[in-house]
Design a protein around this ligand. Structure first.
Ligand code: SF4
Length: 97
């Protein structure tokens, strides 16, 4: 696999409990068709089993400087791919919500 250009490798951590998505993120996901009106996520290429796991994961985002639910990280414009439990992150500045 080609080495993608990225600034950070961010470790994906697992939490005990399901992580809640902030309302603004949900609204964004809905607006882009990645979540239905009932709040069910629809991510391309992600099986329900994977999704369940993803919901328990989070990253310490180096750009926003806070813990971000992995689902939010996955749909972030900086997200490039996930390799061996790490997110390759472009590290561009993001607008803080
Ligand atoms: S992809 Fe986005 S949310 Fe994930 S670590 Fe990078 S800036 Fe943070």
């Amino acid at each position: 696999m080609d080495e993608l250009e990225h600034k950070y490798e961010v470790e994906v951590k697992a939490a005990e409990k399901l992580q809640k998505l902030p309302e603004e993120v949900k609204n964004e996901l809905k607006a882009s068709g990645m979540m239905d009106d009932k709040g069910k996520l629809k991510l391309k290429g992600v099986s329900p089993k994977m999704l369940k796991k993803m919901k328990q994961e989070y990253v310490d985002c180096p750009v926003l400087k806070e813990e971000i639910q992995f689902v939010q990280c996955f749909v972030c414009p900086n997200f490039q791919s996930r390799v061996m439990g790490k997110v390759l992150c472009k590290g561009d500045a993001l607008k803080k919500k």
